[in-house]
Design a protein around this ligand. Structure first.
Ligand code: NAP
Length: 281
């Protein structure tokens, strides 16, 4: 028996899984399509019913893969996609969203994010997001790669406070947001979606992580995911196109790490003691 996947509550009150599925690098190579679709479907079978994608990934290729994985099971999933900053004017945001929906083979997104800040004023992008929400085309909207000053600016534009999530780089080796952005979002009930939660696979080679994982008969990736899942209001979206690693990532939920080992992880991966600029991958 596995522990159930924990949930995180959106500002709307909707509970969504704290462990989902990333899709960056999917849809880039035709020969890998079947294993990518299978791995997403396995993730759904295992309860990781949040899928994160973007018009950027594979230049639409990842959204097409997600569309195939969801053909007969759209209703099981909390579906997230993102608009390129250079598509984030009022008109272009709406057009980009419709193009994403066509590739995904669905009529709605559950969450639509501005991928990172660009040249268009935030009030214009927010107005487009609010329009899409009113039309029922998206359930909620949010941002990605926004630091505290960006969030404050966002909150100063009309309806900016309706932001439902901020997706940022967060993992054991990238703890900068714990200093200010994470508490800022927690205080306002805005979930953080932690991207690259295993540092694109690189964390699994860290000797301290390997040592601590061994004491739990777990893998370093599972400990890295357990670290993210331990935080209130944080969602981890690991990507894997490998069935064994999808199972492994799902099983991270079962890990129960002791206070002593959390302290060891803090020593190996110290939390920030000053403001660090938000990092991006
Ligand atoms: P990640 O999830 O930290 O790592 C993915 C890499 O690690 C892949 O190469 C994967 O290979 C491998 N991997 C997965 N599970 C593993 C395991 N248990 N053991 C060892 N290796 C494992 O990195 P990410 O893909 O950059 O981030 C996750 C998702 O966040 C993305 O897919 C994307 O949806 C989102 N993201 C958003 C932004 C943004 O700007 N908003 C930026 C980056 C990422 P296999 O597929 O071969 O298993």
């Amino acid at each position: 028996m596995h522990d159930p996947i924990p949930t995180v509550t959106l500002p709307s009150g909707l509970d969504i899984p704290a462990l989902g599925l990333g899709t960056w690098k999917m849809g880039e190579t035709r020969g890998r399509a079947l294993e990518e679709i299978d791995s997403l479907r396995l993730g759904l079978d295992l309860g990781m019913t949040l899928i994160d994608t973007a018009e950027m990934y594979g230049e639409g290729g990842a959204e097409k893969i997600v569309g195939k994985a969801l053909e007969d099971r759209r209703d099981e999933v909390f579906l997230v996609s993102k608009v390129y900053p250079w598509n984030a004017s009022y008109e272009k945001t709406i057009a980009a969203c419709r193009a994403s929906l066509a590739r995904l083979g669905t009529d709605r997104l559950d969450l639509y994010l501005l991928h990172w800040r660009g040249e268009y004023p935030l009030d214009e992008t927010v107005a487009a997001f609010e329009h899409l929400k009113k039309e029922g085309i998206i359930g909620a909207w949010g941002v990605s790669n926004f630091d505290v000053d960006d969030m404050e600016e966002l909150f100063s534009v009309p309806n900016g406070e309706n932001c439902a999530a901020n997706q940022v780089l967060y993992n054991l080796g990238r703890r900068g947001i714990e200093y200010d952005l994470l508490p800022w979002c927690q205080q306002r009930g805005i979930p953080i979606m932690a991207y690259s939660p295993i540092e694109q696979g690189r964390l699994v080679h860290h000797p301290d992580l390997i040592r601590i994982a061994k004491t739990y008969q777990a893998t370093p990736a599972q400990v890295a995911l357990a670290f993210v899942l331990e935080r209130d209001g944080v969602i981890a979206i690991p990507k894997s196109a490998n069935l064994r690693r999808v199972r492994e990532n799902r099983d991270a939920v079962d890990l129960d790490i002791s206070d002593e080992d959390w302290a060891e992880l803090d020593a190996a991966f110290p939390p920030p003691d000053e403001k660090l600029p938000l990092e991006m991958l």
